[in-house]
Write a protein that binds this ligand. Structure first.
Ligand SMILES: *[C@@H]1O[C@H](CO)[C@@H](O)[C@H](O)[C@H]1NC(C)=O
Length: 311
């Protein structure tokens, strides 16, 4: 028998406007929940061209970006480029430093791009590793269907006997995207030592008799080996939510925007490294992305055509 974890805390994420065509529902990384080690931030974002996240640095942590609707182009100072389409993810370890741009692709209908971005802290001994990233395409993600009410995309980890692609990032986190129909329930196991939370993108959930509304983040205690919840029978459509877990780190978190270290001195040093283009930020000198002013679906198709011709 698996024992369910109890709720530590739950609240609904409030939308913050981030300029024209962009808003973010941040759950982790707010006054309500500064962090939840190893997790530093979770944003449920909606962004529409010409808004976007042009050239900016990162240090000392990893990001997991999951695109739900629309397309996001990315480009970093090592010369890597790519496009994430609905259902695709990118795992990026910033390590000792990276500068990159993430820009929504302007499509014919200019629909906004919607997704989730998770920030995961790196253990002190990996903070100065070389930057690393990989994309995970929708087709690579196995799906478990334990019954006719439950579908889970096994992005990272194992659900109902279905295992994900392995070694996605330097530091493993478990990541599941669940869709559960009214009257359905799920149970997801995690290692006992992991911190686990879920975030509801659509619909509601009932966790141990407590109703959780859309956009709620639910944080669990480490008092069991699984999390479980159900979707009320009376609800109109299905619910969709991500369930995420990771090994907590026993180290201080000192964060200054996109730089995350374990001491103030190291933050100061990283800031100087970025300013002067050294110790990991050499390639930042004089670099600017091609996509920072925007990118259209036509540009993407042309680029992909060129890449095919080179093969
Ligand atoms: C469920 O809630 C009850 C109180 O309503 C509490 O006594 C019990 O510990 C909870 N169980 C879990 C696993 O959260």
């Amino acid at each position: 028998m698996v024992s369910p974890r109890s709720i530590l805390k739950a609240f609904a994420a409030i939308a913050q406007e981030e300029g024209v065509g962009a808003h973010v529902r941040r759950s982790i990384g707010t006054m309500k929940q500064r962090n939840f080690p190893p997790f530093l931030m979770l944003d449920h974002f909606t962004v529409q061209a010409p808004a976007g996240f042009p050239d900016h640095p990162h240090y000392g942590f990893s990001t997991v970006t999951y695109v739900l609707e629309g397309m996001v182009a990315h480009e970093d100072f090592t010369g890597s480029t790519g496009v994430l389409r609905p259902g695709d993810l990118q795992f990026m370890t910033a390590g000792k430093g990276i500068v990159h741009a993430e820009i929504p692709v302007r499509t014919e209908d200019n629909k906004p791009c919607v997704g989730m971005q998770l920030w995961v802290d790196l253990p002190q001994e990996l903070k100065n590793c070389d930057p690393l990233y990989r994309d995970l395409k929708r087709e690579e993600i196995p799906i478990a269907k334990p019954n006719d009410k439950v579908t889970v995309k096994v992005i990272a980890g194992e659900a109902y006997g279905v295992k994900s692609v392995q070694n996605l990032a330097k530091v493993a986190v478990d990541y599941y995207d669940y869709e559960v129909a009214p009257g359905g329930s799920f149970i997801q196991e995690f290692p006992k030592s992991y911190n686990v939370f879920l975030y509801i993108m659509q619909g509601g959930l009932e966790v141990n008799g407590t109703k959780m509304a859309q956009y709620s983040a639910v944080f669990f205690d480490r008092d069991g080996d699984a999390v479980t919840a159900k979707v009320p029978e009376s609800q109109k459509g299905s619910s969709r939510f991500v369930v995420i877990g990771g090994q907590p780190l026993d180290q201080p978190v000192v964060q200054h925007g996109p730089f995350v270290a374990t001491s103030r001195e190291k933050i100061y040093e990283t800031f100087m490294n970025y300013q002067s283009g050294q110790n990991g930020f050499e390639k930042a000198r004089g670099w600017s992305s091609k996509i920072r002013e925007g990118i259209t679906e036509k540009d993407v198709k042309a680029q992909e055509g060129e890449q095919r011709d080179e093969l």
